[in-house]
Design a protein around this ligand. Structure first.
Ligand code: MG
Ligand code: FE
Length: 166
């Protein structure tokens, strides 16, 4: 089996992680009232940077030049707008929804890549991508658990602000 689709999907994943890094950084910078969420996102920035490196390793295992990376900013701009450039007053909640969805997009992407690398007899790629997959699952679970807290904190802060104004 040729590796054309596997290579394509690894490139897509690399672009996805570059986009993720930008979104997570901009999100983390605006979460001073949500320290636990901020800390977890900063941790995931580090994981995300390592994921990009792992994907470059995967591509070189296929003999592919990892420098010719495509830019998927366009394709993922819906997430980018929801997470990265948010100025809405309830941005922390909107961002929580978008991040949760984004992590699941990543999970689905790595599942397809792992299946493709197994079929292409590329166990090292499957192994590296499974490590990444576990980090995405852990992040998705954490965000899922945290969404109640974030929503409650946001609504409490919001009603305090309203009371202060009246
Ligand atoms: Mg990732
Ligand atoms: Fe992620």
């Amino acid at each position: 089996m040729d590796n054309k689709h596997l290579e394509d999907w690894l490139r897509d994943a690399h672009a996805m992680e570059k986009q993720a890094e930008k979104m997570l950084k901009s999100q983390a910078s605006r979460l001073e009232h949500y320290p636990a969420l901020q800390r977890r996102i900063e941790e995931h920035v580090t994981e995300t940077q390592n994921q990009s490196i792992k994907l470059e390793q995967c591509l070189s295992l296929l003999g592919s030049d990892a420098s010719a990376m495509k830019d998927m900013g366009g394709q993922l701009s819906a997430f980018g707008q929801a997470v990265g450039g948010m100025m809405a007053e309830d941005e922390v909640v909107k961002g929580g929804l978008a991040s949760y969805a984004f992590e699941h997009f990543e999970i689905a992407s790595y599942k397809a890549i792992i299946k493709a690398s197994e079929m292409a007899s590329q166990p090292e790629i499957a192994h590296l991508c499974n490590e990444i997959l576990q980090e995405e699952i852990a992040m998705a679970d954490w965000l899922s658990q945290n969404l109640n807290d974030t929503t409650r904190t946001f609504l409490e802060r919001d009603s305090e602000n309203l009371r202060a104004k009246t």
